[in-house]
Design a protein around this ligand. Sequence first.
Ligand SMILES: [Fe+2]
Ligand SMILES: [Fe+2]
Length: 186
Amino acid sequence: MQKSQGSIMPAGPLMKEHRLIERMIAVIKKETEDLTSGKELNTFFIQEAADFIKTYADQCHHGKEEDILFRDLGKKELSKEHSEIMNQLIAEHKYGRKTLKELLEARDRYEKGDKKAKIDALNRLKALVEFYPKHIEKEDKHFFLPCMDYFSSKEKDDMLEEFWEFDKTLIHKKYRQIVERMEERI
Ligand SMILES: [Fe+2]
Ligand SMILES: [Fe+2]
């Protein structure tokens, strides 16, 4: 965990979350190799991997980055380099969401009998395997730690507090949405 002046910095939990995302990416990479060797598309695998990417990597992790860290960085006088990287990271999050959406569309087509959708699903899985490590490396090595210097100790403590609060409400939000969606179908 990254520490500053005796306290944990907001970069710490974000970098810890990167480690879990990397583990899922390694699992997805193995699946892409099996699919390339001729294995049938496993729609249950896609469902589980997509749930992780959507809920954990995007809503929980990118959510804290965009809604809290980037929001507060937006109030600071960022260097040209940091401002450019932040814009790239936001665009990359959008790309991740688009790729996930296309993966689920390919999965749906496959389930409806379009066997050719396997190649589209495989390509989207490969795209995620390619995308996440580069995105994570950019944040870990070139952004999070230098960006901590824009904040005072109090601002960093407040940000960490907001991170915990964000995480605490997320699971309730997710399952409330599921219930609401299912209620609409009955
Ligand atoms: Fe990110
Ligand atoms: Fe990240």
